[in-house]
Design a protein around this ligand. Structure first.
Ligand SMILES: C[S@@+](CC[C@H](N)C(=O)[O-])C[C@H]1O[C@@H](n2cnc3c(N)ncnc32)[C@H](O)[C@@H]1O
Length: 267
């Protein structure tokens, strides 16, 4: 497959910078990602998780709480994230939330949650199937009997992923910062219902005349996709009972053409 390194345009006169802090791809890219084109649609998830939290008992935990985009509305009792920078930002936005700095594969809450929820593809960031299974088991251990887990993940579209491989996509611009990315497809096993890619992000600082002044490259972010069938097998192996899987945040039925999978499972 095409080497991604050759794909960025070299802009004359622009300063190059490689961001080698692994966490930067989260605390610098995620807010920009959400603020650029398409970010508006993301807000539909806030309403969905807000309704779930309102309908349940506490304690509630947000898994991969990030900078508190959802948590500032849902007010979970616990916010779990491996990024200390992210936790600092979310705890400032959600007073009273207990932060847990840990990986999704081995976090421990001081009491089991009634509901845990993981917005915005967190479950696609947990590694290949065996590592995702490990995280699903950890989540179950941290859930009270008959307690629930909710999450949303992208519906994989293998043709689209093949077509986008190595092609620079401009996500959008906020102020003088323009965000682009290249998806580097690593593997697709359609029969097994899984595939993996690495996202390479680039932020360009643009001046008032539109000229690129600085280009900042970020370390690659691995993403793992599973079909609904593969997800149901992983959930069953980890001991979760599926209550529902929708094709969107408005509880639309799941179809092969759905762009999202929105899961609600019970211990
Ligand atoms: C896609 S963001 C979602 C953030 C937030 N829930 C939202 O919707 O805006 C994922 C968050 O999960 C965290 N994260 C990713 N992989 C993780 C892992 N293996 N263990 C713990 N946290 C992880 C990242 O640091 C990031 O803050």
């Amino acid at each position: 497959m095409t080497g991604v390194d050759q794909l960025w345009d070299v802009v004359d006169g622009a300063r190059w910078h490689v961001r080698d802090e692994p966490d930067a791809v989260r605390h610098e890219i995620l807010p920009l990602w959400n603020a650029t084109a398409g970010g508006g649609g993301q807000q539909a998830d806030v309403g969905f998780y807000l309704r779930l939290v309102a309908a349940t008992r506490r304690p509630v935990a947000e898994l991969g709480v990030g900078y508190g985009r959802v948590a500032r509305w849902t007010r979970p009792d616990y916010g779990v994230d491996e990024s200390v920078r992210m936790l600092r930002r979310s705890s400032a936005r959600v007073p009273g939330m207990t932060v847990v700095a840990a990986r999704m594969h081995d976090y421990v809450l001081s009491e089991p949650a009634r509901l845990s929820y993981a917005p915005q593809n967190l479950m696609s960031l947990l590694g290949p199937a065996d590592e995702t299974l490990e995280a699903l088991s950890t989540m179950r251990r941290n859930t009270e009997p008959r307690g629930e887990l909710a999450f949303d993940v992208t519906m994989p579209d293998w043709d689209r992923l093949h077509a986008q491989h190595g092609v620079r996509q401009v996500r959008g611009q906020v102020g003088n910062l323009r965000l682009s990315y290249v998806a580097e497809l690593l593997s697709v096993d359609a029969a097994a219902g899984q595939g993996a890619l690495r996202m390479h992000h680039l932020v360009e600082r643009v001046d008032a005349s539109g000229r690129v002044r600085t280009q900042i490259r970020y370390p690659p972010l691995p993403v793992h996709y599973f079909t609904p069938l593969r997800w149901s097998a992983l959930l069953a192996r980890a001991g979760w009972l599926v209550q529902d899987c929708w094709g969107g945040f408005g509880n639309e039925p799941l179809r092969t053409t759905s762009r999202q999978q929105v899961w609600l499972v019970r211990r």
